[in-house]
Design a protein around this ligand. Structure first.
Ligand code: TRP
Ligand code: SF4
Length: 333
């Protein structure tokens, strides 16, 4: 029997290379060895963006198309949308009943979100009941499939701690060791920095999207920070102080090529503009198969809908079994 993995992303729209290298590539490997459940957390999006839903459906689709392009395989993984699984909402009710208020109030991730909200103006700055329930709903996502492992970034670990506490409390209250205590599997999101050297993020305007064209990618790469002390193109460069471009080389090229770049840079044989043009070519050729698949799914959107429908049906089957057990443990009619 394979162990179970669950993970999700909020529907933030088109994903960038940080998502690909730090998260999805890892998921693609995991799907060979585990029973994997990957979903778009559209209810979680509503905890903060309930007043801005016009792009929600498209963003959900874009995330899933990016996953498929990167190699998530609907034959291996169960791919679904959270809000298509009503069983999660019901489990969320039972879990909410047994979660002490101070557990959610203590959640550091929630505190951060609340802080950001307070700086906004108007209606969207409110902290609603649903947002307070964020960690409980996330626990329902995880416990719905009785997951063993949750691949997430370090910022999500506090949520998983709460999930384990809730699972333990449920087992104690209802007298059976039914729920597992799920463990985080840490993603390495620091792998790829943004073009400006800071963390890559959509809102920082320093990202390269999986869905960017080759031209857009090349244009963005030309803005990548290099060795700041270098003035003329035949000055000897310092690859280890080349803040972004050389780091990208190390990620996207093999070690022989990286060694060539290093030597030519140090000897002043390659200018930064030329170096970045070559880097863009390298990255584009690495991404070509992914982008080709992405284009295929964009042009065959019915297939994507079909994958979501079938994945959600599979997820509901498993969720239904867990829910039947939960209802009986809680003594629902
Ligand atoms: N909170 C997660 C994030 O923002 C998304 C998420 C929702 C999730 N439910 C989950 C991740 C369950 C893992 C498991 O990234
Ligand atoms: Fe960086 Fe390349 Fe310029 Fe050297 S030549 S500093 S590696 S961009």
């Amino acid at each position: 029997m394979k162990q179970t993995i669950v993970s999700g992303m909020r529907p933030t729209g088109r994903l960038h290379l940080g998502h690909y290298l730090g998260v999805i590539q890892n998921w693609v490997k995991l799907q060979n060895d585990y029973d994997c459940y990957f979903f778009v957390a559209d209810w979680h999006a509503l905890t903060t963006k309930y007043d801005k839903t016009e792009d929600l459906r498209q963003n959900t689709l874009d995330v899933i198309i990016d996953w498929l392009a990167c190699g998530l395989d609907p034959e291996k993984s169960v791919i679904y949308v959270q809000s298509l699984i009503p069983e999660i909402a019901e489990l969320n009710i039972y879990l909410g009943m047994i979660t002490p208020q101070n557990w959610v109030e203590r959640d550091p991730c929630l505190k951060d979100m609340a802080k950001i909200l307070k700086t906004k103006e108007g209606q969207g700055s409110q902290i609603n009941y649903g947002l307070m329930g964020y960690p409980v709903l996330m626990s329902a996502d995880i416990m719905m499939f009785n997951a063993d492992y949750i691949p997430v970034g370090i910022d999500q670990v506090a949520h998983i701690e709460i999930t384990r506490d809730i699972a333990r409390r449920f087992n104690n209250l209802y007298g059976e060791d039914f729920f597992k205590e799920s463990k985080p599997l840490l993603n390495d999101c620091s792998l790829l920095c943004g073009l400006d050297g800071n963390k890559m993020g959509k809102s920082f305007n320093n990202d390269i999207k999986i869905s960017d064209t080759e031209e857009e990618t090349a244009k963005k790469i030309m803005t990548a920070i290099t060795d700041r002390s270098r003035i003329r193109k035949d000055d000897p460069g310092h690859p280890d102080e080349c803040e972004v471009a050389f780091k990208y080389w190390k990620i996207f090229a093999d070690s022989d090529e990286v060694q060539t770049v290093r030597e030519e840079c140090e000897k002043g044989l390659r200018g930064c503009a030329q170096c970045k043009r070559m880097l863009a070519e390298k990255i584009n050729s690495k991404l070509a198969p992914i982008r080709q698949r992405r284009k295929y799914y964009e042009e065959h959107i019915d297939e994507v809908h079909d994958i979501i429908t079938k994945g959600s049906a599979k997820a509901r089957e498993k969720a239904g079994e867990v829910l039947t057990k939960v209802r009986s443990l809680v003594k629902m009619y």
